[in-house]
Design a protein around this ligand. Structure first.
Ligand code: SAH
Ligand code: SF4
Length: 361
């Protein structure tokens, strides 16, 4: 099988070129062609000698996942369904905002962690995505979005909040992050790349050393009894350990706060007592809150909290001096929130285009 050069970050690509008897600067050149210019055909890499192009063609390729469908909604939100083989598709979502363009990327097909309110979790775990499949989502999105009139890229931010638990696919995710941050590739700022985790404590410590990027933690409950129930990984890494891991992470992080995500589930975790417990729990962790109204899916067994409850919950946090954003979905056809993306090709093609809008209170 041919080596897929999209699987390498610069260190890996340099090692590959050394192995085939080529100089390190070739790795930088090819990196730029693949990621900076979005070129997948060696013949278009014009400053590479023909003999090297032939050598590469014989043993390597630039294999991006196949695009199955690209969709665009009225408000500019875009989605791509990419083929990752064996009948599975993964979704990538682009959310344009006034001051930034954010791409939401998947890291696994399915997820093993079984959070009870998450449709990806309900599907179970299929497999990890390769580096090429993770970074291929950014490759595709950049290619289809093009550049703005100033020549800048449209995508300024990446969030690892699609399907899967990124820290459970650690090595591939870190290599993909390296590529996103590399000036020869996408050159994204560390502060503008956010990894969301349900709280795999040892892997959070490893990420801090390997590739510290902005961190979001899916909290969803203010005490262990409730979190054990809805985010079962909590039984392994309870809240006390998770809060300590957040504090350790912040020592190296590019941002000076953690974003806590909190899905608003009617009658489950949305009372004012829960908000007060949350304040006590997080008092020693510099943080912001992102409240996510639950996005329903068939047979979930949960309801979204009422707007009044969400507002009261938010206000309680704001009164305690927290910065809170509420991710707001509009209308019935809207449910593109990252984190509840499903993977089956058949399901996806039948779905409507959905919109996601984030508002600041
Ligand atoms: N596995 C990682 C990242 C993917 S999920 C994590 O759990 O953090 C991205 C976010 O969407 C998480 O906060 C997740 O809990 C949330 N989410 C999952 N299902 C949801 C649903 N049905 N409605 C709203 N948010 C959901
Ligand atoms: Fe996995 Fe995140 Fe869904 Fe939990 S919320 S099942 S960790 S994708």
């Amino acid at each position: 099988m041919k080596t897929n050069l999209l699987d390498f970050d610069l260190a890996g690509l340099t090692a590959y070129f050394a192995q085939i008897g080529e100089k390190p600067f070739r790795a930088k050149q090819v990196m730029r062609w693949m990621h900076h210019f979005g070129i997948a055909d060696f013949d278009e890499m014009t400053d590479i000698a023909k003999s090297l192009r032939e050598k590469l063609k014989a043993q390597a390729g630039v294999a991006v996942p196949r695009e199955l469908i690209g969709q665009i909604s009225e408000d500019g939100t875009r989605k791509w369904l990419l083929d990752v083989g064996t009948g599975n598709g993964i979704e990538t979502v682009f959310i344009p905002e006034d001051d930034r363009g954010t791409l939401c990327i998947s890291s696994q097909v399915g997820c093993a962690l079984e959070c009870t309110f998450c449709s990806t979790g309900r599907q179970g775990f299929n497999r990890n995505l390769s580096v090429a499949e993770i970074v291929g989502q950014l490759w595709w999105a950049n290619k289809s979005l093009g550049r703005d009139p100033k020549g800048d890229r449209i995508i300024s931010n990446v969030v690892m909040m699609g399907m899967g638990e990124p820290l459970a696919n650690f090595d591939n995710v870190v290599t993909a992050l390296n590529i996103m941050l590399d000036d020869h590739a996408y050159g994204l700022s560390r502060r503008r790349v956010t990894l969301s985790t349900s709280g795999l404590v040892p892997a959070m410590d490893r990420l801090r050393e390997a590739c510290p990027v902005a961190l979001a933690v899916s909290l969803h409950a203010p005490n262990d009894a409730l979190r054990d129930e809805i985010v079962p990984i909590n039984k392994k890494y309870p809240l006390k350990d998770l809060m300590a891991a957040c504090q350790r992470y912040l020592e190296m992080a590019p941002r000076d706060f953690v974003t806590f995500e909190y899905v608003m589930l009617d009658g489950v975790n949305d009372s004012l007592e829960h908000a007060r417990q949350l304040i006590a729990l997080t008092q020693d962790v510099p943080c912001k809150f992102n409240l996510i109204p639950f996005n329903p899916f068939p047979n979930s067994g949960y309801q979204r909290s009422s707007n009044d409850n969400i507002r009261r919950f938010r206000d309680t946090l704001i009164e305690a001096s927290y910065i809170v954003t509420t991710r707001k979905t509009r209308g019935d056809d809207i449910d593109a929130a990252c984190g509840q993306l499903a993977g089956q090709v058949q399901d996806k093609t039948k779905r409507q285009v959905r919109r996601l809008v984030e508002i600041k209170p």
